[in-house]
Design a protein around this ligand. Structure first.
Ligand SMILES: Cc1cc2nc3c(=O)[nH]c(=O)nc-3n(C[C@H](O)[C@H](O)[C@H](O)COP(=O)(O)O)c2cc1C
Length: 662
């Protein structure tokens, strides 16, 4: 047996500000929304303890309220003594696992996601936020000094409570970044103008925290890398900023974050459309500007071998991961045990961002149905008291999740799948642009199900009699959902299959790589990511792609960070978007003629060379088996799209719950 320890660079200890770190794994700051009433909650502690127990050496909290003007409900208040017990409990619980808790200092400044005027927004100058156009209250010198004093005294408070340090979030387009950027700071006093002045807010804050907390307190900083906003901070300016901030060597690490609170917000959470670890090359360049301060790599690092190589090459001393450790808190422990194959990988879908930032809900994950639960770390199902015969119908991610969990609990599980391959519609999505990482969701489920003895009957469309014949004690129905015929499509034309639904059409197109002549048209009443992945796939084959939607925008049912990327790519690829319209006059379709009408005026436009036409519409659950199985007296669990059509997160969560309930 090979006795070489796995990932030796990633798992090597390091000393930072006098603290011994057990390895190089850092949990990047993630807003969980587990705090309530400005207090530490059991769930917030549990979430971090899980990641400490799972092997991370440093855990950076989400932003704490560290200055007296900060009073957001879900952010833990650390600027007074309201919750000293909570802060102590939190730090001690993490320390118990030989990990260190760092509190994040952050302020959104003028940055707001929602349009509308906001009385609490603050900023460097009277310049509007790029997304919401919020005009901030301009901070006076006295207010800046007060904030610095607050950040320092709050740092000392959390140090007394057992925190090992702080991280200043000076990237992502937040307040400190806004002070640095010429796009948001036009001040003429000592906090504006030249780079020494632009970085002064932060350098004064660092000095004040150091004076208050001493040398044995980790002060880390997230700085802008390439923020992607015009006239703001690109790689050249990032190097200047880094040089100024690290000149006094008063910080213990530097981490470069990308994007700004602008049309480039998507850059801070790189998704599956780009490469893995996309920012390592730029970080390598910026490393020359940090005056020898340790560097923390960040951005879509998901795999231990990848992380190990970054440290081994000397590109960075530490590896920060946000979404990766949400998906699997035991990532580091599994790496150390040479069990990378057991990791539930982050698929970079940004559903976690959507839950917290769009829906204002506690954090959740497509590939981890147990975020923040007590038994989350390296979870494996507990054996069932009674062994049952279970039939699962459907091999999409809902059915597969139910199947592996039920099989691992010791049930005798038979899985029917109408396709010869598992994964359902998630597999189709994985084969379209930007989807590749999604395959790890069903790959994990499949391996776990097989290891646990589940029996697969693939390529079989099971009917009620097939299922009843197996005399199951319980049936999990995960048959998915089918796009519905749009009202403008006559039923007789729908039956001819000339106008298919987009998913069926794409399944039939996957093998086609050659260029096709003519125009591909997609009617979009879906507004989720899969429709636009299909449009990109079509654009690589057809001369022209046109999306027609009745809505007043595109991709409206996805998170802002996902939408930005979708819109950028649609525009870059010259995919045409027709808003406020629906197809009409389909009689010429066989000759390639399609008209669409403006939904308000009825004004018509004709496309004359249509070579592909499909609709992407709301999906109706496939429930044909429900009644016959119920009539046969079988215990039914209907999960995922088969219950109500939604996304991967709902599917894995409901499959998981069903597997556990059997
Ligand atoms: C749901 C979510 C919440 C986040 N919250 C914060 C935050 O509160 N503070 C912060 O500095 N970064 C935050 N980030 C950014 C992460 O710290 C990290 O920079 C980013 O996710 C890229 O790293 P990753 O690819 O490892 O996820 C958040 C990211 C996500 C997806």
């Amino acid at each position: 047996m090979d006795s070489t320890p796995p990932y030796p660079s990633l798992l090597a200890p390091l000393t930072l500000a006098g603290h011994r770190l057990k390895n190089r794994v850092v949990h990047a700051s993630m807003t969980t929304r587990f705090g309530i009433d400005r207090h530490v909650t059991d769930k917030l502690v549990q979430y971090h303890v899980n990641r400490a127990r799972g092997g991370a050496a440093i855990l950076i909290t989400e932003p704490l309220s560290m200055a007296r003007h900060q009073n957001i409900d879900y952010k833990v208040r650390a600027w007074n003594d309201d919750d000293l017990d909570g802060l102590k409990r939190w730090a001690a619980a993490v320390r118990e696992h030989d990990s260190h808790l760092l509190g994040q200092i952050q302020d959104s400044g003028r940055g707001r996601h929602a349009a509308g005027r906001n009385p609490d927004a603050i900023g460097a100058s009277p310049l509007p936020d790029d997304i919401s156009w919020t005009m901030p209250h301009v901070l006076s010198i006295g207010e800046i000094e007060q904030m610095i004093a607050d950040f320092a005294s709050s740092s000392a408070r959390i140090q007394r409570c057992g925190f090992s340090g702080v991280e200043i979030s000076a990237g992502h387009g937040h307040l400190f970044h806004q002070f640095m950027s010429p796009r948001s700071n036009s001040r003429t006093d000592q906090y504006g103008g030249n780079w020494a002045n632009r970085t002064r807010f932060v350098t004064e804050m660092i000095a004040a925290i150091r004076a208050a907390c001493g040398a044995q307190f980790i002060i880390g900083i997230k700085l802008p890398g390439d923020d992607g906003a015009p006239g703001s901070i690109g790689p050249r300016e990032a190097a200047i900023v880094a040089r100024h901030i690290t000149a006094a060597r008063n910080v213990d690490y530097v981490c470069f974050a990308h994007g700004a609170h602008a049309r480039s917000l998507e850059l801070h959470v790189p998704d599956g459309y780009g490469p893995r670890a996309p920012y390592v090359p730029l970080m390598r360049e910026l490393r020359a500007a940090v005056n020898g301060v340790p560097v923390v790599a960040l951005g879509r690092i998901t795999d231990p071998a990848e992380a190990d190589a970054i440290v081994a090459r000397g590109d960075a001393e530490l590896i920060a991961m946000g979404r990766t450790l949400v998906a699997d808190p035991a990532w580091a422990a599994k790496a150390a045990q040479n069990r990378a194959h057991d990791i539930r990988y982050c698929v970079s879908c940004n559903a976690c961002w959507d839950t917290t930032s769009t829906n204002h809900m506690p954090i959740r994950c497509d590939n981890n149905p147990r975020v923040g639960l007590k038994d989350e770390v390296d979870w494996w199902p507990a054996p069932a008291k009674v062994r049952k015969r279970v039939v699962v119908v459907g091999t999409g991610v809902a059915g597969m999740e139910a199947a592996w969990v039920a099989a691992a609990r010791g049930h005798a599980v038979t899985v029917f799948g109408c396709s010869s391959e598992i994964g359902g519609k998630t597999r189709l999505r994985a084969l379209l642009p930007g989807g590749e990482a999604l395959s790890s969701v069903y790959d994990y489920q499949h391996a776990a199900a097989q290891r646990s003895g589940a029996r697969f009957e693939l390529g079989i469309t099971a009917n009620a009699a097939d299922i009843i014949a197996l005399k199951p004690d319980a049936v999990v129905l995960a048959c998915g959902a089918q796009m519905t015929r749009p009202l403008w499509l006559p039923p007789d034309l729908s039956e001819t299959g000339i106008v298919p639904d987009l998913r069926d059409a794409m399944a039939g197109m996957l093998d086609i790589t050659a260029r096709q002549s003519g125009t591909a048209v997609v009617f979009d009443m879906d507004h989720t990511d899969g429709t636009y992945a299909a449009a990109e796939f079509l654009r690589a084959r057809f001369d022209r792609v046109v999306l027609i939607t009745p809505r007043d925008g595109i991709a409206q049912d996805v998170a802002m960070v996902t939408r930005q990327g979708i819109l950028r790519r649609l525009h870059e690829q010259r995919i045409e978007m027709v808003l406020h319209a629906e197809p009409c006059a389909l009689e010429g379709l066989e000759d390639g003629k399609l008209s669409y009408a403006n939904i308000y005026t009825g004004d018509r436009t004709e496309i004359t060379d249509v070579a592909f036409f499909a609709y992407s519409t709301p999906r109706a659950p496939r429930v044909e088996l429900v009644e016959p199985l119920r009539a046969a007296g079988l215990a039914l669990h209907v999960v995922g799209d088969c219950r109500v059509a939604r996304g991967v997160m709902a599917a894995t969560a409901e499959g998981h719950a069903a597997g556990n309930a059997l």
